[in-house]
Design a protein around this ligand. Structure first.
Ligand code: ZN
Length: 160
């Protein structure tokens, strides 16, 4: 079961998300206040999948140290804003970090080994892997301990 919060009165509404296809927009009516609102079901590629790695967001003048969870599927990394499409966002005031900045696609290769594949979203200021800027076509196999730079922000990969 999943819970959503009414945007008007804050009441919690439970529903069985498995009854609906992923990516589907559902319309709910709040049982308390009657307000209708839409909820989009996030593909479970990320949402409920187990955490298989993390990114450490190094503290700077724009934010405190944080940890971003990486799950199987596409992890969209960016500056958190309300209603963000980035499912792996973090809280920062860094204006050079886009709300959708880069993507880490976690998948299994043919031998069953996890691969963490980094690409630029594309972003306005670019994504750097070990100080090299990614071209739009680049797909980088990340290594443990690698440094990713987005805007003025440094991320460190903690992956198997
Ligand atoms: Zn309500």
């Amino acid at each position: 079961m999943k819970k959503v919060r009414c945007r008007r009165c804050d009441a919690l509404i439970s529903f069985d998300e498995t009854a609906y296809p992923e990516g589907r927009v559902l319309i709910f009516r709040c049982p308390d206040c009657g307000k209708e609102f839409k909820v989009k079901l996030v593909p479970k590629a990320v949402g409920d999948a187990p955490v298989v790695g993390t990114l450490t967001v190094v503290e700077n003048t724009f934010h405190e140290r944080q940890t971003i969870s990486l799950r199987m599927g596409e992890n969209v990394i960016g500056r958190y804003v309300k209603g963000s499409h980035a499912n792996a966002s973090f809280r920062t005031l860094d204006p050079s970090v886009d709300t959708t900045h880069c993507i880490v696609d976690v998948r299994e290769d043919r031998k069953g080994k996890l691969r963490f594949v980094l690409r630029d979203a594309p972003s306005n200021t670019g994504t750097f892997y070990q100080d090299e800027i990614l071209k739009d076509v680049d797909r980088i196999y990340m290594e443990n301990g690698a440094i990713i730079t987005i805007g003025a922000t440094t991320l460190i990969a903690n992956i198997p």
